[in-house]
Design a protein around this ligand. Structure first.
Ligand code: NAD
Ligand code: ZN
Length: 371
């Protein structure tokens, strides 16, 4: 059976690039990458889960065009986004004699994409790289837009740079090996796009997401295309987050506080925190009279229908009280000069950025959600 192939353009002048989305893209990776190479050789960085599952397909796809690859496998997991593995990656790339004209390949989820993108940004003052995202979260979000980073004990993603990839290859075939939990966490970011900027996408998801989650390839391609198109449009308008790009943080201020409260552990994955955070953002928006009371109910109903974490009570173990969570929200990156910027909504698909949010309302919503 042949599946649709979709291309999304990220329009950033001389740093523009394409996102190729389809089923079996890895098998054609050589053909996509070859025109970008000055010599038939790439350095691939992956993780210990993705490598054993999918590295052979990538190697075979590159070999079709006579491209050789060397690879480095890092431990899977968020803890890899740190100085130690950044330096290991950079030193390995130097050992591989990667030069300014060469191409580095990030082959994995958002952790590998963020770390390897940053390594490429600082290696020899910047070498080009290709994102081959393998998690749903990475295919719809982290591989697009050029944010690269590692974590610090002071917080997540605090050390990094903007460095756009030269190409993104999203093969939905590899999503088949994700755990159900990782798939749904990535889906949290997909829902976010509908909620922040396109009610028709959210409606499409309400109807199609159950079959999409069950494995429907055409629908997976469509959801990745729609998400990437929305992110590409926002990034093209505001590459370095001076304005509109902040909309992509819908649900994230709450989500990051919850991730911090659960110690960035397995208790709560990033996309799970985002989903719960979106529900909270709509609840607060409704209390402030910005959107109708039906909107938060509809958001929660969809998350629940998908079997996702929706409410604070879905997080196992103890959480801080409302003031504790508010304090954690205050440590978010989106604080500028002491003011917390919120992403609120006037309705589904109508998010906007504002610092004008009554803290007592937020405290009350959190307090009720915790009891
Ligand atoms: N740069 C950005 O704009 C941006 C945006 C959103 C998130 N992020 C970052 O992305 C990271 C989260 O990304 P993630 O959820 O992909 O995390 P991840 O890279 O840790 O992947 C999640 C898990 O899935 C595994 N995995 C990946 N692909 C697989 C596959 N095809 N089959 C089986 N297992 C697979 C990984 O090994 C890992 O265990 C965070 O560090 C977050 O800060 C960055
Ligand atoms: Zn996110």
């Amino acid at each position: 059976m042949t599946h649709p192939h979709e291309t999304v353009h990220v329009a950033l002048g001389d740093r523009s690039y394409r996102i190729e989305i389809g089923h079996g893209v890895l098998a054609n990776s050589g053909a996509w990458i070859s025109p970008l190479l000055s010599r038939p050789r790439v350095a691939v960085v992956t993780d210990s889960t993705v490598g054993p599952l999918h590295l052979d397909s990538l190697r075979d796809g590159l070999a079709v065009e006579g491209i050789e690859m060397t690879h480095l496998t890092l431990p899977a997991g968020e803890a890899t986004k740190c100085w130690r593995y950044l330096s290991e990656t950079v030193e390995w790339l130097l050992e591989q004699k990667v030069e300014r004209g060469d191409m580095v390949v990030a082959f994995g989820g958002g952790v590998i994409g963020d770390l390897v993108g940053f390594a490429a940004a600082i290696l020899r003052r910047g070498v080009r790289f290709v994102q081959i995202p393998t998690s749903l979260l990475a295919q719809v979000d982290s591989s697009v837009g050029g944010k690269t980073a590692i974590n610090s004990p002071h917080g997540k993603n605090l050390i990094g740079s903007f460095h756009q990839p030269s190409l993104v290859l999203a093969d939905v075939a590899v999503l088949g090996t994700l755990t159900g939990r990782d798939f749904l966490a990535g889906y949290g970011e997909v829902v976010k796009y509908g909620l922040l900027g396109d009610a028709s996408f959210f409606e499409w998801l309400e109807i199609n997401a159950p079959t999409l989650a069950a494995g429907d390839v055409a629908k997976r391609i469509e959801a990745v295309r729609w998400s990437c198109q929305m992110k590409a449009d926002i990034v093209a308008r505001d590459e370095t987050e001076q304005g509109d790009r902040a909309l992509l943080n819908l649900g994230h201020t709450f989500g990051h506080a919850l991730e911090a409260a659960t110690g960035y552990s397995d208790r709560l994955l990033h996309g799970e925190g985002v989903a719960i955070g979106c529900a909270l953002a709509f609840e607060v928006s409704s209390r402030l009279g910005l959107c109708s009371q039906e909107d938060p109910s509809r958001v929660r109903a969809h998350l629940k229908a998908m079997g996702m974490k929706t409410d604070l009570s879905d997080i196992e173990g103890d959480l801080p009280d409302a003031d504790g969570l508010l304090a954690l929200m205050g440590q978010d990156k989106k604080v500028t000069q002491g003011t917390l910027n919120y992403i609120m909504a006037r309705g589904i698909g109508e998010a906007f950025v504002t610092s004008d949010v009554d803290t007592d309302t937020v405290r009350r919503v959190l307090h009720e959600a915790l009891t």
